[in-house]
Design a binder for this molecule. Structure first.
Ligand SMILES: *[C@@H]1O[C@H](CO)[C@@H](O)[C@H](O)[C@H]1NC(C)=O
Ligand SMILES: *[C@@H]1O[C@H](CO)[C@@H](O)[C@H](O)[C@H]1NC(C)=O
Ligand SMILES: *[C@@H]1O[C@H](CO)[C@@H](O)[C@H](O)[C@H]1NC(C)=O
Ligand SMILES: *[C@@H]1O[C@H](CO)[C@@H](O)[C@H](O)[C@H]1NC(C)=O
Ligand SMILES: *[C@@H]1O[C@H](CO)[C@@H](O)[C@H](O)[C@H]1NC(C)=O
Ligand SMILES: *[C@@H]1O[C@H](CO)[C@@H](O)[C@H](O)[C@H]1NC(C)=O
Ligand SMILES: *[C@@H]1O[C@H](CO)[C@@H](O)[C@H](O)[C@H]1NC(C)=O
Ligand SMILES: *[C@@H]1O[C@H](CO)[C@@H](O)[C@H](O)[C@H]1NC(C)=O
Ligand SMILES: *[C@@H]1O[C@H](CO)[C@@H](O)[C@H](O)[C@H]1NC(C)=O
Ligand SMILES: *[C@@H]1O[C@H](CO)[C@@H](O)[C@H](O)[C@H]1NC(C)=O
Ligand SMILES: *[C@@H]1O[C@H](CO)[C@@H](O)[C@H](O)[C@H]1NC(C)=O
Ligand SMILES: [Cu+2]
Length: 801
């Protein structure tokens, strides 16, 4: 591997220059210095050379077998499916709730067994298969089902079958108890019409289905399946949300405007004439019928609560007294010598310093990384988000009944174009990505960015009375942001010069809040009629680590207090030790980060020892905010059997081609009977020196306070974990970089300045040329896939939001 050799060489060179200096306080055997001395010459000459030619275009060593389907592949799959009589499909553009229609087309990730045979041996690329998620509406019992279609390209040898082997339920089918959106909207309007006078009185507004409605009516997610009189009923609790208006009309602040009136409906079945109103809630009082609610409202002593009205407070624009000097430009970053990483844009493959990886983009989870190598060795086979839960609580049924599982909505569709100079540095590399849903291929331009940056603190430093040694910390980041409804999730994958990878999530955007009445145990009152509505975020990452092969073990190296009597003392001493514990069985695979950071969690290859006899491994550790947080509610009444990955901080399971995801985008339809119940992955199998997968949670117990208005800010709403070499190398690998400095000095002054060949940049920076043109912001570009018009592949369609 070329990358490896370059790294090795430079690292040896640096070691030699340190060891050869007579006044450096040597701690290493002298013979090392001797052995490396012959490299000194090379060091000098290399250091004085002009910068080497660097190509910013990489060529992926192998084709990217994880890459998303092309528009043509998706179109061919859609067309193939339309020819299958048994599916009885209607073109999505024409489909009603009573038709069968394609929802999503994506790639079926190749089985790891096949992928490794291709990546590591000279086996052919595994055949490509598409996932087709189809909504079956042409029945009294509508459902969704995932199919595997292929191999691709579509030929007369291609087939389709239910994609059952990636499920724990045995079937990718799931019931849809709420297929008729239009009927629900009609129903809501019909119900609210019966209390229009009360709504006007209590909420000071109207809702009739017209363009100038004051309210939006929406409610719980997922829906409840409640047993009433021995029968399973589909329950929807709704509330009124005020549309932003007036000064605030442009702002997306609806989730800050809950109005405090709720109604419960039984919407079982597809015949809405059989649906029923099961009660009303206002001011914490439940009324079993509309008549009882009306009677109470008319009666004396009926308590009316304060209105929650929009105005400038929901806007995110600048407000308040000007800050001093704030009309002056803050510092900006520049990239003086151009891009220092290489990208194969066609293959979605990246090389930065000693790292390389492939990436892809999916409808359900957005960005995913594969085959992450450091110095030519795979560290991680697969890295990516699995699911994001936002579990609310409150004294009202809508907050209590809200537990979003955001892959239902998808992280792909909502990963919008990034703003250069804000989301990512101006000089970042921006890439597009595409997802295929509703028989449209939608490309979001510039929704992934790649860049190096200086995080503003050093990698290393040391000073003595004779010298100063400092090393820059240069971080390479791959970023995307998904705005799923009210919330914006920023995802970072950070790569560092010491071989560390950090996974970061930050949240901003509008909170979903609650009406304040009687809600004080579930959050703070943060505005006139508003409570912050406490909720837990739990986001799960799959981290399929492969340390020097696939045979790995998860170990805990605990730091424990002990009492020891040493031969050199007659007194027992209170001290501490390192206690090594192997997690050898899936029964022990559900873990939490220890209190007080009292253990290191390491994935090691117990059979690969370093020269000192220690197993080589990578440590996984919390690094920011709510790393390892999991849901407070362990047996959620909303999520039922769909929260198995969010009851602990992290999990270790045996890798299986049948256990690819922690969650399924369609679990939300029937969380009590999920397609994937993560808990079932834990069946006591041995995970001793075998292929293991980590499932790591990041999260936040979010009790919004006044500072969450108008939007939550990234400073406090972030969490991260890192994966870092642990006895894997024999020394810190960041010694390889030239971006370091040693100054030797004594009382006569500076005696030596060693910049290791990295001279300070010079010349002029033309800031005008670096300005961004925000009028270029483009939005969505969608391609209709059925029928496919290859002559007009870029027809604009409306944005999906
Ligand atoms: C939709 O229906 C119309 C009217 O039946 C038909 O002409 C059209 O071809 C259909 N569109 C698609 C994409 O099937
Ligand atoms: C096929 O779907 C249509 C609705 O698109 C439905 O009317 C028809 O009954 C379905 N046919 C079968 C055989 O299920
Ligand atoms: C992937 O592995 C599963 C489980 O072993 C198997 O059922 C399936 O056929 C494999 N898929 C492909 C495309 O080879
Ligand atoms: C499949 O397609 C090939 C090439 O178009 C053709 O030669 C072959 O006869 C077809 N096979 C079947 C079973 O239809
Ligand atoms: C109620 O609505 C009316 C008409 O929109 C408005 O003039 C009035 O100020 C509102 N009352 C309150 C208390 O907000
Ligand atoms: C992204 O898409 C735009 C069209 O919207 C195209 O001009 C540009 O070349 C694409 N960028 C990349 C890196 O593919
Ligand atoms: C322990 O105590 C004994 C008896 O007082 C003494 O002889 C011995 O030297 C002590 N050992 C150490 C290690 O201090
Ligand atoms: C686990 O693997 C290690 C290293 O290969 C081995 O020494 C140990 O005996 C194994 N444990 C069990 C329970 O098999
Ligand atoms: C400082 O270091 C230089 C180079 O080693 C040496 O020549 C000089 O005498 C030193 N000065 C003092 C005051 O030690
Ligand atoms: C700086 O860049 C701008 C825009 O590209 C250009 O018009 C201007 O001439 C440049 N100025 C200098 C000093 O090069
Ligand atoms: C795309 O746009 C062209 C030009 O406006 C139009 O003729 C064509 O029918 C459109 N194709 C589709 C699939 O909408
Ligand atoms: Cu939150």
């Amino acid at each position: 591997m070329l990358v490896f050799w370059r790294a090795f060489l430079v690292s040896a060179v640096f070691a030699s220059s340190v060891l050869a200096r007579p006044h450096a306080r040597l701690r290493h055997p002298k013979k090392w210095a001797k052995k490396l001395a012959h490299l000194e010459v090379l060091a000098e000459s290399e250091d004085s050379q002009t910068p080497v030619e660097f190509s910013t275009t990489a060529k992926a060593p192998k084709e990217n077998i994880f890459i998303s389907l092309t528009d043509d592949e998706a179109a061919a799959v859609i067309s193939f499916l339309h020819k299958q009589p048994a599916l009885n499909l209607t073109a999505t553009a024409n489909a009603t709730a009573w038709d069968n229609a394609i929802e999503v087309i994506d790639l079926v990730q190749p089985n790891k067994t096949d992928a490794l045979a291709f990546l590591d041996h000279n086996e052919p690329a595994p055949p490509r298969y598409a996932l087709a998620r189809i909504a079956f509406g042409a029945t009294q019992h509508p459902y969704l089902q995932d199919f595997i279609v292929g191999p691709l390209p579509i030929t007369n040898a291609s087939t389709y079958a239910s994609l059952d082997w990636q499920t724990t339920s045995g079937s990718s089918k799931i019931r849809n108890f709420n297929p008729d959106d239009d009927l629900v909207t009609e129903w809501n309007l019909k119900v609210t019409k019966t209390v229009a006078d009360i709504v006007l009185d209590l909420l000071n507004g109207t809702v009739t289905g017209s363009d100038d409605d004051d309210f939006d009516i929406f409610g719980i997610d997922p829906l409840w399946q409640e047993e009433i009189d021995g029968k399973q009923r589909t329950i929807l609790w709704n509330t009124y949300w005020r549309f932003p208006s007036g000064d605030a009309a442009i702002f997306d602040g609806e989730t800050l405007l809950p109005q405090g009136l709720f109604f419960k409906s039984d919407i079982t079945g597809r015949d809405s004439s059989k649906w029923k109103v099961l009660g009303w809630l206002y001011g914490g009082i439940f009324y079993e019928t509309t008549a009882k609610f009306r009677k109470a409202w008319k009666s004396e002593g009926f308590v009316k609560y304060e209105l929650n009205m929009p105005s400038a407070w929901i806007g995110t624009d600048r407000t308040g007294d000007a800050l001093p000097a704030d009309t002056l430009s803050p510092p900006v970053a520049v990239q003086p010598s151009g891009r220092r990483f290489a990208v194969d844009e066609a293959q979605k493959y990246v090389e930065w310093m000693d790292f390389s990886f492939y990436f892809t983009f999916t409808r359900d989870t957005g960005l995913r990384l594969f085959d992450i190598k450091y110095r030519g060795e795979r560290i991680i086979y697969e890295l990516g988000l699995q699911e994001a839960i936002a579990h609310y609580a409150g004294n009202d049924p809508v907050q209590s009944g809200t537990s979003y599982m955001d892959t239902f909505y998808g992280f792909g569709p909502y990963a919008f174009e990034l703003a250069p100079g804000f989301d990512c540095p101006t000089y970042a590399t921006y890439l597009n990505s595409t997802f295929h849903a509703a028989e449209l291929s939608t490309t979001h331009r510039n929704n992934i960015c790649l860049f190096e940056s200086d995080p503003g603190y050093l990698m290393q430093r040391h000073t003595t009375s004779a010298y100063l040694a400092v090393t820059k910390n240069v971080v390479f980041t791959m970023r995307s942001v998904s705005t799923v409804g009210n919330y914006d999730y920023n995802f970072d994958y950070n790569f560092m010069l010491d071989g560390t990878i950090e996974i970061v999530v930050r949240a901003s955007g509008y909170i979903q809040s609650a009406y304040y009445a009687k809600n004080d145990e579930y959050g703070y009152r943060i505005h006139d009629g508003l409570s912050g509505s406490m909720h837990d975020h739990a986001l799960n990452w799959k981290v399929d680590m492969d340390i020097l092969g696939t045979k790995n073990t998860f170990v805990k190296h605990k730091v424990v207090p002990v009492q020891v009597k040493y031969p050199w003392s007659n007194h027992t001493r209170s001290t501490m030790k390192v206690e090594r514990v192997r997690v050898e069985n899936e029964n022990e695979g559900k873990l939490n980060w220890p209190a007080n950071g009292g253990a290191m969690f390491i994935v090691e290859n117990s059979d690969e020892l370093n020269k000192y006899g220690e197993p080589r491994g990578y440590k996984i550790a919390p690094s920011r905010g709510g790393a390892g947080m999991y849901l407070t509610i362990q047996e959620s009444s909303n999520l039922l059997k769909s929260q198995g990955f969010a009851t602990h901080g992290l999990y270790v399971s045996k890798q299986k081609d049948t256990e690819v995801r922690a969650s399924h985008a369609n679990n939300d339809y029937d969380p009590g009977h999920p397609i994937i119940d993560f808990d079932k992955y834990f069946d006591g199998e041995s995970i001793n020196q075998t292929d293991i997968v980590l499932w790591v949670n990041l999260g936040m117990h979010h009790v919004p306070h006044t500072g969450d208005l108008p939007n939550t800010v990234f400073t406090s709403a972030q969490a991260a974990f890192l994966i870092t070499p642990h006895n894997y190398f024999l020394h810190d690998t960041s010694r390889v970089t030239r971006q370091m400095l040693r100054i030797d000095y004594n009382s006569s002054g500076v005696q030596l300045v060693n910049q290791f060949g990295a001279n300070q940049p010079d010349g002029m920076v033309n800031l005008t040329a670096l300005q961004n043109n925000y009028h270029d912001y483009e939005g969505d570009v969608a391609v209709r896939k059925f029928p496919y018009d290859p002559l007009h592949p870029f027809n604009n369609t409306e944005s999906i939001v």
